[in-house]
Design a protein around this ligand. Structure first.
Ligand code: IPD
Length: 263
């Protein structure tokens, strides 16, 4: 894919942050004996990855705004453009030595996500998309799945942890959905869940209680791969509500219907 200058910048930043995270990931296993030690170490790794991405992106485009999981929001001179960044999506996996986490970088223009990069360094999978240019993984074009029957479909979600208020609604979703599909996966990295919908690995994904940096890059990936995204509750904003449904074209309607039934 012949990406724009901005996309190439995002890819480079994701790779550099990915290299730093891979080095830290190798250390994490040694630190498991002391959970506190490992937790602090991972927070540092996370912050360092955001520092690297910010240095690259804001260094090259100082006028753009910024929204990062670790450093929050900074307005730019150009109010129409901002980077939305999760330096380490799947932090709990990283902390536990599970190789399923990613760097997620999106570019927003006038409220719309126009480019997204999700990099999984452990598997060396680079998912990228730009509005109107299609979605790719390591140069292979992505298409959402073509499955038409709910009973053959695999969906992904995030099950709220640590006493989050969205747990009861999610458990009800699962009770309605699980009997009518081939399975529900919960792998712990929302950015990768969306990248996998774009790649046709999952037929759909939904989750409540997400932040813009968890999902921004994934939105453009799914759309550019021919899929659909919508808020769980019709009429709400995806970022405002943090509750998102994504899916292939064939199953999107019935999938939304099941999830909205109990909302
Ligand atoms: C988390 C992951 C997880 C999702 C959580 C997110 P983080 O992001 O995406 O899959 O269930 O809601 O907060 O904290 O690892 O960047």
């Amino acid at each position: 894919m012949q990406g724009s200058a901005n996309l190439n910048l995002m890819i480079k930043a994701a790779r550099r942050a990915g290299r730093s995270l891979v080095k830290d990931f190798r250390e994490v296993e040694n630190l498991q004996v002391s959970m506190k030690g490992a937790g602090d170490f991972v927070s540092r790794a996370d912050r360092e990855a955001e520092r690297i991405i910010k240095e690259d992106l804001r260094g090259a485009r100082p006028s753009y705004g910024w929204l990062g999981e670790e450093t929050g929001e900074e307005k730019g001179e150009d109010p129409t453009r901002r980077w939305i960044v999760d330096p380490l999506d799947g932090t709990t996996n990283f902390l536990h030595g599970l190789p399923h986490w990613a760097v997620s970088i999106a570019l927003e223009h006038k409220g719309e996500i126009i480019a997204g990069v999700i990099f999984d360094p452990a598997k060396d999978e680079m998912f990228v998309a730009e509005k109107g240019q299609g979605a790719f993984m390591n140069d292979t074009r992505l298409r959402v799945s073509g499955r038409r029957n709910m009973i053959e479909a695999i969906f992904a979600t995030g099950v709220p942890f640590g006493g989050r208020s969205t747990l009861p609604a999610t458990l009800k979703d699962l009770a309605r959905l699980m009997p009518m599909c081939a399975g529900v996966r919960r792998w712990g990295a929302a950015a990768l869940d969306l990248a996998y919908v774009a790649a046709g690995r999952y037929d759909g994904f939904w989750e409540r209680g997400l932040h813009p940096w968890d999902i921004a890059a994934g939105l453009v990936l799914v759309r550019e791969a021919g899929g659909f995204v919508a808020p769980v509750r019709d009429g709400q904003g995806i970022f405002d509500s943090g509750a998102l449904i994504a899916g292939n074209a064939e199953l999107f309607k019935p999938f939304c219907a099941v999830l909205r039934e109990g909302d």
